[in-house]
Structure formats: structure tokens, C-alpha cells
Design a protein around this ligand. Structure first.
Ligand code: URA
Length: 212
């Protein structure tokens, strides 16, 4: 598994404002969007392309196009939705699918409560969006789900990651050579409630507020 943590003062600044508990939702959403666009630039370095002829006003030449089948961007609901715009801004021709996953509070299992994805993902390059890599449970289940449909290469794009989550991914996912992880920052640890420390709190609540 290739792991890349962004190293840039602008990224650090934006993350610091995200961490601030007094940052209101509209600013939080905007910063997540900006950070994901910066992450997307790195995460798409290995996007599959093909060479084809293009005719400029001056001459014909050979250019680079994103190849078919188009990459698939999959936000994990709910918090991953806040990352979708930032990702598709850089790859507007990507197809978009959705995965809703949540922890069953009694069994602690991760359950898929919604999905809108092509049945056949054979050979597809998938970008999986989830802002917080905490225990890794959701990402591991999402990767297994996509693999069952045939997805070949999966790039996980997260804002913050905890060391525990990274280790869980390494232990819980097969075929790691076809999985990449891009983070805006790696944090210290998880607390007893599985929140990332120092973290930024509950990403879904901070993006969208708490629906009563
Ligand atoms: N999910 C969140 O939203 N925040 C955390 O700190 C951990 C998981």
C-alpha cells in the first residue's frame, strides 16, 4: 500500500482551521473542499491515461486523455459527501457512485445501508472518499465491497488518519499492492471513543450539523 501524507504549509494551515472547534460549518465545508482538491491532485498522479491524436489550431499532435472505463469516485455517506465536489472538480468526467456505511451500535459490525454503484466494476480504478480514517473498519468494509464487484485499483482519500487505522488497513485488506492511501495529515492516536486525537471532532456533524 502506497501511503502519502501531504506536506505543504497551505495544507497545514487549512487543517489547523478545520481543527478549531469555533470554525463554523460553512467555513469547514469550504476548507474540506479546498483540501480535497489539493489531495486529489496528488491522488490522481497514477490515473490511467491514453495517448490520442488532437488537432490544435496549428497542427496535429498526440495528447493525453483519461482512459476508459472512466474512474469511479465513491464518497462514503455521510461525511464523504463533503469531499465529492473537491474531487470531481479535478476529474469532472469521473463517474460517481455512493456507499452508505454505518456501525451497528449493538454488534459493532459495519453495515452497508445504501449503495448506488455499477454492478460490474471489473478493472475499474476507484477513488474512495472518507474524511476520517479512525479505526479503519469502514474503509476495510468499503474496499471489500468494491473488490467483490471487481474493482481493480482503489485509492483511499482521507483528510486525517490515525496510526491505528493505517495499521488496521494493512492487516485487514488483501492485495495491498492495489490500494493507495492519501492523507492531508496523520494524527497521533485514537481516544477511548475511537475519535482521532487531536483530530477535528465528528466530521459529519461539523460538515452538516446535528439533525435532531
Ligand atoms: N469519525 C469522525 O468523524 N471523527 C473522528 O475523530 C473519528 C471518526
Amino acid at each position: 500500500m502506497r501511503i502519502k501524507v501531504l506536506d505543504h504549509p497551505l495544507v497545514d494551515h487549512k487543517i489547523t482551521v478545520l481543527r478549531d472547534k469555533n470554525t463554523p460549518s460553512p467555513i469547514f465545508r469550504q476548507l474540506v473542499d479546498e483540501l480535497v482538491t489539493l489531495l486529489a491532485y496528488e491522488a490522481t498522479r497514477e490515473i490511467r491515461v491514453e495517448e490520442r491524436e488532437v488537432e490544435t489550431p496549428i497542427t496535429k499532435t498526440v495528447g493525453t486523455y483519461i482512459s476508459s472505463p472512466r474512474p469511479l469516485v465513491v464518497p462514503i455517506l455521510r461525511a464523504g459527501l463533503g469531499m465529492l465536489e473537491g474531487m470531481t472538480r479535478l476529474i469532472p468526467t469521473a463517474e460517481v457512485g455512493f456507499l452508505g456505511m454505518a456501525r451497528n451500535e449493538e454488534t459493532l459490525d459495519i453495515v452497508t445501508y445504501a449503495e448506488r454503484l455499477p454492478e460490474d466494476l471489473t478493472g475499474r480504478q476507484v477513488y474512495l472518499l472518507d474524511p476520517m480514517l479512525a479505526t479503519g473498519g469502514t474503509l476495510i468494509e468499503a474496499i471489500k465491497f468494491l473488490r467483490k464487484r471487481g474493482a481493480e485499483h482503489i485509492t483511499c482519500v482521507c483528510i486525517l488518519g490515525a496510526p491505528e487505522g493505517i495499521e488496521a488497513l494493512k492487516a485487514g485488506v488483501e492485495g495491498l499492492e492495489n490500494v493507495d492511501l492519501f492523507l492531508a495529515a496523520q494524527d497521533e492516536r485514537l481516544n477511548e471513543k475511537s475519535y482521532i486525537v487531536p483530530g477535528l471532532g465528528d466530521a459529519g456533524d461539523r460538515l452538516y450539523g446535528v439533525a435532531e
